[in-house]
Design a protein around this ligand. Structure first.
Ligand SMILES: CC(C)(COP(=O)(O)OP(=O)(O)OC[C@H]1O[C@@H](n2cnc3c(N)ncnc32)[C@H](O)[C@@H]1OP(=O)(O)O)[C@@H](O)C(=O)NCCC(=O)NCCS
Length: 217
């Protein structure tokens, strides 16, 4: 039990919709997501489906009065995650996008074109850290509950879980200076930094991209 009746527990399937909702809320930093993408189901699939449906044992939630107020989802094997993402999840996303005709919506098409341009410019080419740091994570706290130590407790809980599994390290990407500061404070190191241009058409500036890591052995 943390302070204010908040506690952390393992994920179970009835938490799935809450995790998907919170993930959509912060998908594009603090910007309104509809500016970029029209379909919450596809967005939530892209952000969370692997974790909740293929590796639920590596997912944990923070709960207050039966309400999910934050989560940490991850994998102990990034290579396996990438394989399943490419073989199973991307085809599913494409089928859903075609069925729902979302690529014909102007905002979504615009966003996808800019993602493609970033891809062609090589902005998604990154060093492979998966040997030393085979795990990854994605953390999100409902806006109303931030700065109450919940993020820190979820990270500590998750790192303990990884150590018990004998995992040698964890790494992940962040696209916000503020999230980077949070992780630095908790002892993570910057392994890689770059800039991304795919939101520049809307924000008028590049966004930062950091890969952060923590060795557990
Ligand atoms: C980043 C995030 C997880 C932090 O969670 P949180 O519950 O608000 O953070 P905590 O209250 O546990 O803060 C822990 C420590 O980090 C510091 N901290 C938290 N957010 C910070 C920020 N934006 N900048 C600098 N320090 C920060 C706190 O001051 C605290 O320090 P202290 O122990 O010295 O008091 C939360 O803001 C969030 O969900 N953001 C949106 C999603 C996101 O960016 N996820 C990361 C990518 S996976």
């Amino acid at each position: 039990m943390l302070n204010n009746n908040i506690f952390i527990r393992k994920f179970n399937n009835c938490d799935r919709e809450d995790i998907r909702r919170i993930s959509c809320d912060t998908a594009f930093l603090e910007e309104p997501r509809k500016v970029f993408f029209d379909d919450d189901e596809i967005l939530a699939d892209a952000l969370t489906l692997y974790f909740t449906d293929y590796e639920p044992d590596s997912c944990f939630v923070a709960v207050k009065n039966d309400k999910i107020i934050g989560y940490i989802i991850g994998t102990t094997d990034v290579k396996l995650m990438q394989k399943i993402f490419f073989i199973r999840i991307i085809p599913l996303l494409i089928i859903k996008a075609l069925n729902k005709r979302i690529i014909f919506k102007r905002n979504t098409l615009n966003f996808l074109i800019h993602i493609l341009l970033s891809l062609l410019k090589g902005e998604f080419i990154r060093p492979d850290f998966s040997k030393k740091y085979p795990a990854t994570l994605h953390i999100n706290i409902d806006k109303a509950f931030r700065r109450q130590n919940i993020g820190k407790q979820l990270i500590e809980y998750y790192l303990k879980f990884l150590k018990e599994k004998n995992v040698s390290g964890v790494h992940f990407g962040v696209i916000s200076e503020s999230a980077k500061e949070f992780f630095i404070k908790l002892g993570f190191n910057i392994l890689f930094r770059s800039k991304l241009s795919y939101l520049r058409y809307y924000l008028g500036k590049f966004i930062p991209y950091y890969i952060l890591g923590n060795l557990l052995k």
